[in-house]
Design a protein around this ligand. Structure first.
Ligand code: FEO
Length: 170
């Protein structure tokens, strides 16, 4: 039997990951409106990855014979004053998600739920990559964002990102 606190946190994480997908779709929407299709693509792929994360939590709970409860997804309601604002919101959000994964891990550790800990290991690593990516975006914007030609090149680079399914299979 899965500990109820661990189960509830895993269930909540489904919603948090779907919200992440929604948030990044909103980022994509922002950049599309600004004519930066490469950035819009990058965040569209990010949204797809977040949907995958949500489905991994969903699948894990189902595999463990736990009842899944789907809650309403919050509206992404931030208004951005600049491109950099969006990128900083992305980093802040990933740091928040890392803290959520750590909280679930702690709860699983407390009750010696080794299976959940093993499942979460992939997410611990993934969050490291997510934060690195978010930081890289900020650095690139700091370096190239103020020069139109450089921003054009950066936009081209980000247009090349393609979606690939997660390496974790349940
Ligand atoms: Fe699902 Fe961006 O963490």
């Amino acid at each position: 039997m899965m500990n109820t606190k661990v189960r509830d946190l895993l269930n909540q994480q489904i919603n948090k990951e779907f919200y992440s997908a929604y948030l990044y779709l909103d980022f994509s929407n922002y950049f599309k409106a600004k004519g930066l299709d490469g950035f819009a693509n990058w965040y569209m792929v990010q949204a797809q990855e977040e949907r995958d994360h949500a489905m991994l939590f969903y699948q894990y709970l189902q595999n463990e014979n736990q009842t899944v409860t789907l809650e309403a997804i919050a509206k992404p309601d931030k208004v951005f004053a600049s491109h950099m604002d969006v990128l900083r919101a992305g980093l802040e959000h990933e740091e928040y998600v890392t803290s959520l994964i750590n909280d679930i891990y702690s709860a699983a550790y407390e009750v010696r739920d080794f299976r959940t800990m093993q499942f979460l290991d992939w997410f611990v690593k993934e969050q490291g990559e997510e934060e690195t990516n978010a930081n890289d975006m900020i650095t690139k914007m700091e370096l190239f964002g103020s020069d139109p030609k450089s921003l054009y090149m950066l936009n081209q680079e980000l247009a090349a990102r393609i979606y690939s399914a997660p390496s974790l299979v349940l």
